[in-house]
Design a protein around this ligand. Sequence first.
Ligand SMILES: *[C@@H]1O[C@H](CO)[C@@H](O)[C@H](O)[C@H]1NC(C)=O
Ligand SMILES: *[C@@H]1O[C@H](CO)[C@@H](O)[C@H](O)[C@H]1NC(C)=O
Ligand SMILES: *[C@@H]1O[C@H](CO)[C@@H](O)[C@H](O)[C@H]1NC(C)=O
Length: 397
Amino acid sequence: MSHRELDKSIPPICMSGRSRPSLRRTHHRRSQMLAFNRIPPASAVIRRLLTALLFAAAVGFPCAIIYHAASPKTPLIFSPPSGSPPVGQDPTVRLAPEPPEVDESDSDSEEVKLERALRGAAMEDKTVILTTLNAAWASPDSMIDLFLESFLIGNGTRNLLDHLVIVALDEKAYARCLSMHPHCLALKTEGVDFEGEKFFMTPGYLKMMWRRIDFLRIVLEMGYNFIFTDSDIMWFRNPLPYFYPDGDFQIACDKFLGSPVDLQNLPNGGFNYVKSNNRTIEFYKFWYSSRERHPGSHDQDVLNRIKYDPYIGEIGVQLRFLSTAYFGGFCEPSRDLNKVCTMHANCCLGLESKLHDLRIMLDDWRNYMSLPPSVKKSHPPPWRVPQNCSIGSLQQH
Ligand SMILES: *[C@@H]1O[C@H](CO)[C@@H](O)[C@H](O)[C@H]1NC(C)=O
Ligand SMILES: *[C@@H]1O[C@H](CO)[C@@H](O)[C@H](O)[C@H]1NC(C)=O
Ligand SMILES: *[C@@H]1O[C@H](CO)[C@@H](O)[C@H](O)[C@H]1NC(C)=O
């Protein structure tokens, strides 16, 4: 998709001679950016597994059935539902090419709309929380409901909803967002048919995953720090106090080996905290440009390779891997409910299984919260999950 309006308006960030030629090329690629999809995530390992499984049986796997790649001739363009408030008073924005006909709600450039959404949700230090949403996860009593509910029942997480921007990837998700949340942003993806079924690991899927990286770079270039979270991650405590003060790019893990700087940790792109600075902007450009050297790979796989690249050291970007003690998931649960910040439904096949186990997880949390403080402290109950998501045994390949 091309968002040339936005491209032009963002001043290029130059690393004064530090960029490699391959990175410079990314400066000219801005027109391709700004739409992405994080398909319902699974761990890198599980993703690989699924790629194989999908061709045998696509049934029951949400990534597989939601989308399929369509002819590039049929761009998806979706508009806010009619009757949505004028943009002037609307904290939501729409990112789609300007239609030729002049429409009140389209009179602002894409950049202005994006800036407005970010500004409307930002904390004082210009940090925003970003998540993505597609139709399947937006239907009533589905993922987005559990996600938002976790903020309401978490300890000290309710006010974080003021800083959450939901990035809708299709029309249904956008409409649902408008009905339940003040900060919605609509992104379109040209050449990808959101009404289709099979999508996982198709060229269209990869395209959207990579656009996510490019989109997040734009957010950084606009001066916003962000916490990106998949919406199958439950928030139980405010994660901000648990980030490393000296880290630029901090990411949760499917498997955490004990040290936040150990590059062998297995990161999961579903949750990361990134500060806006020259190092992270260059890092995102490098990450994005590296896809060319690893064709057919998605962002998480490429991250697992480039994390060892000496250029990371040259950029000086400080990578930190977050402990699963605080940022857990079904792959490696955060065992102590007195510590847990977030729990990700990773290592899980199938939307129904995910929802099933996440509901139990929320019940476990509510039960924990209802205990007297002394019991909480001395005998925090264990999670009863994963249950239907019990494919942990497969994670070692
Ligand atoms: C929430 O966290 C605070 C500070 O950690 C703690 O004092 C309080 O008891 C917690 N609230 C509940 C309901 O557990
Ligand atoms: C990035 O580097 C440029 C040029 O060196 C500098 O002017 C700018 O202030 C830096 N920006 C940030 C966010 O550090
Ligand atoms: C979860 O697993 C149980 C036991 O295997 C099964 O009966 C149930 O249908 C599953 N539920 C979902 C939503 O997958």
